[in-house]
Design a protein around this ligand. Sequence first.
Ligand SMILES: *[C@@H]1O[C@H](CO)[C@@H](O)[C@H](O)[C@H]1NC(C)=O
Ligand SMILES: *[C@@H]1O[C@H](CO)[C@@H](O)[C@H](O)[C@H]1NC(C)=O
Ligand SMILES: *[C@@H]1O[C@H](CO)[C@@H](O)[C@H](O)[C@H]1NC(C)=O
Length: 180
Amino acid sequence: MFYTTCVVILVLQISLSDAAFDACTNYTSMKYVDRRAVQNQLEIGSINPISDDFLESGWYRIESAAGENMPTEPPGSLRCGTWYPIWLNGTLPTTIGEEIVGQVCLQGFTKNCSLTWNIDIKYCSGDYLVYNLVRSETTSSGYCFGTEAVTATIETPSTSIATNTDDPINGILSYLYSLF
Ligand SMILES: *[C@@H]1O[C@H](CO)[C@@H](O)[C@H](O)[C@H]1NC(C)=O
Ligand SMILES: *[C@@H]1O[C@H](CO)[C@@H](O)[C@H](O)[C@H]1NC(C)=O
Ligand SMILES: *[C@@H]1O[C@H](CO)[C@@H](O)[C@H](O)[C@H]1NC(C)=O
């Protein structure tokens, strides 16, 4: 009896540790981020651009009124609530379970693709995407998601501090760094 129990526990432990990591169920939610929409144009001098040089790398699900898709065309500089928007130079996965390695580009002022690196993107059952975002190495750069900026949380010169729920301290710090 004791022996049988041990075997059962052993088998259970093996199957648990072998269980594949599933990004579709193990992700961090990034909510209310319509500031990251392509149409959200940052005012020059804004003190709180999105700054994904502070982002913790890992799997994210975007839940934004502006949409969850990373743009696949250059958004233009100062879009997406940041100085250097990050976009996908490729195509998003479209079938359930499909996982791709996509090349992202850092949008510069003169180049559409100043820097590149790769991220994983997976299409999950339930019709949502998860992105394995990698921390950016550039100050005041940020991943873009969605198209239209639809709510009052978008960037405006007069209300940018008050409405910034996306880590205001980091935003201010990154602006200070960018002055040099
Ligand atoms: C979920 O992800 C975290 C961070 O990547 C990891 O530490 C944890 O073991 C994962 N859990 C499962 C069930 O895969
Ligand atoms: C950047 O992309 C835009 C939109 O696709 C395009 O119109 C423009 O010519 C590109 N600029 C450069 C320098 O390639
Ligand atoms: C996008 O990637 C392709 C190669 O896959 C490359 O030829 C093209 O120049 C890239 N686009 C930009 C804007 O750099």
